[in-house]
Ligand binder design. Structure first.
Ligand SMILES: [Zn+2]
Length: 114
Protein backbone atom coordinates (compact mmCIF):
# COMPACT_ATOMS: atom_id res chain seq x y z
CA UNK A 1 0.00 0.00 0.00
CA UNK A 2 1.34 3.37 -1.09
CA UNK A 3 0.23 5.06 2.13
CA UNK A 4 2.61 2.94 4.18
CA UNK A 5 5.72 4.26 2.49
CA UNK A 6 4.33 7.78 2.76
CA UNK A 7 3.64 7.26 6.47
CA UNK A 8 7.16 5.90 7.07
CA UNK A 9 8.85 8.84 5.40
CA UNK A 10 6.56 11.18 7.30
CA UNK A 11 7.39 9.66 10.68
CA UNK A 12 11.10 9.77 9.82
CA UNK A 13 10.93 13.47 9.02
CA UNK A 14 9.05 14.11 12.27
CA UNK A 15 11.47 12.08 14.38
CA UNK A 16 14.39 13.87 12.81
CA UNK A 17 12.90 17.27 13.57
CA UNK A 18 12.15 16.17 17.13
CA UNK A 19 15.76 15.09 17.53
CA UNK A 20 17.06 18.42 16.18
CA UNK A 21 14.98 20.15 18.82
CA UNK A 22 15.91 17.74 21.61
CA UNK A 23 12.27 16.84 22.11
CA UNK A 24 11.28 13.83 24.15
CA UNK A 25 7.80 13.55 22.74
CA UNK A 26 5.81 14.43 19.64
CA UNK A 27 2.30 15.43 20.63
CA UNK A 28 0.69 16.58 17.41
CA UNK A 29 1.31 16.26 13.70
CA UNK A 30 -0.64 18.16 11.12
CA UNK A 31 -0.35 17.53 7.41
CA UNK A 32 -1.83 18.92 4.26
CA UNK A 33 -2.88 16.31 1.73
CA UNK A 34 -3.19 17.50 -1.84
CA UNK A 35 -6.22 16.15 -3.66
CA UNK A 36 -3.93 15.20 -6.54
CA UNK A 37 -1.44 13.41 -4.32
CA UNK A 38 -3.23 10.08 -4.69
CA UNK A 39 -3.13 9.62 -0.92
CA UNK A 40 -6.22 8.33 0.83
CA UNK A 41 -6.38 10.24 4.12
CA UNK A 42 -7.93 7.45 6.19
CA UNK A 43 -5.41 4.90 4.89
CA UNK A 44 -2.60 7.29 5.70
CA UNK A 45 -3.98 7.78 9.18
CA UNK A 46 -4.16 4.02 9.70
CA UNK A 47 -0.66 3.51 8.34
CA UNK A 48 0.58 6.27 10.60
CA UNK A 49 -0.89 4.51 13.66
CA UNK A 50 1.26 1.51 12.77
CA UNK A 51 4.54 3.30 12.04
CA UNK A 52 4.38 5.56 15.09
CA UNK A 53 4.14 2.63 17.52
CA UNK A 54 7.18 2.37 19.75
CA UNK A 55 8.48 5.83 18.84
CA UNK A 56 8.31 9.10 20.75
CA UNK A 57 5.34 9.91 18.53
CA UNK A 58 3.37 6.96 19.87
CA UNK A 59 0.76 9.11 21.59
CA UNK A 60 0.66 11.95 19.12
CA UNK A 61 -2.44 13.17 17.42
CA UNK A 62 -2.58 13.02 13.66
CA UNK A 63 -4.51 15.75 11.92
CA UNK A 64 -4.89 16.48 8.25
CA UNK A 65 -6.73 18.70 5.88
CA UNK A 66 -7.38 18.23 2.21
CA UNK A 67 -5.87 20.79 -0.11
CA UNK A 68 -7.86 21.69 -3.20
CA UNK A 69 -6.11 21.77 -6.52
CA UNK A 70 -5.06 25.32 -7.32
CA UNK A 71 -3.89 26.29 -10.79
CA UNK A 72 -2.24 29.39 -12.15
CA UNK A 73 -3.34 30.60 -15.57
CA UNK A 74 -0.61 31.74 -17.94
CA UNK A 75 -3.18 33.64 -20.03
CA UNK A 76 -5.02 35.81 -17.52
CA UNK A 77 -2.49 35.43 -14.67
CA UNK A 78 -5.15 34.46 -12.16
CA UNK A 79 -5.39 31.55 -9.78
CA UNK A 80 -8.35 29.26 -9.53
CA UNK A 81 -9.44 26.22 -7.57
CA UNK A 82 -10.33 23.41 -9.90
CA UNK A 83 -11.81 19.99 -9.44
CA UNK A 84 -9.44 17.04 -9.73
CA UNK A 85 -10.29 16.27 -13.32
CA UNK A 86 -11.09 19.58 -14.93
CA UNK A 87 -7.87 21.34 -15.76
CA UNK A 88 -8.91 24.68 -17.14
CA UNK A 89 -8.75 28.24 -15.84
CA UNK A 90 -12.03 29.08 -14.13
CA UNK A 91 -11.75 32.74 -15.21
CA UNK A 92 -10.97 32.57 -18.94
CA UNK A 93 -11.30 28.81 -19.64
CA UNK A 94 -7.74 28.65 -20.90
CA UNK A 95 -5.90 25.33 -20.76
CA UNK A 96 -2.55 27.06 -20.50
CA UNK A 97 -2.24 26.51 -16.77
CA UNK A 98 0.07 25.02 -14.22
CA UNK A 99 -0.74 23.38 -10.91
CA UNK A 100 0.59 25.38 -7.98
CA UNK A 101 -1.00 23.55 -5.06
CA UNK A 102 -2.76 20.31 -4.22
CA UNK A 103 -0.21 17.90 -5.65
CA UNK A 104 1.61 16.76 -2.58
CA UNK A 105 1.67 15.87 1.04
CA UNK A 106 3.10 18.58 3.20
CA UNK A 107 3.98 18.64 6.88
CA UNK A 108 2.29 21.76 8.23
CA UNK A 109 2.87 21.60 11.93
CA UNK A 110 4.65 19.55 14.51
CA UNK A 111 4.14 19.94 18.24
CA UNK A 112 6.94 18.79 20.44
CA UNK A 113 7.49 18.38 24.12
CA UNK A 114 10.90 18.89 25.67
ZN1 LIG B 1 -7.25 32.38 -17.18
Amino acid sequence: MHEFSVASSLINICLEKAKENNAIKITNIKVKIGKLSGIEPHFLKEAFEVVKAGTIAEKCEFEYFLQDVVVYCNECKKESNVSENIFICMHCKSRDIRVIDGEELFLMNLELEN
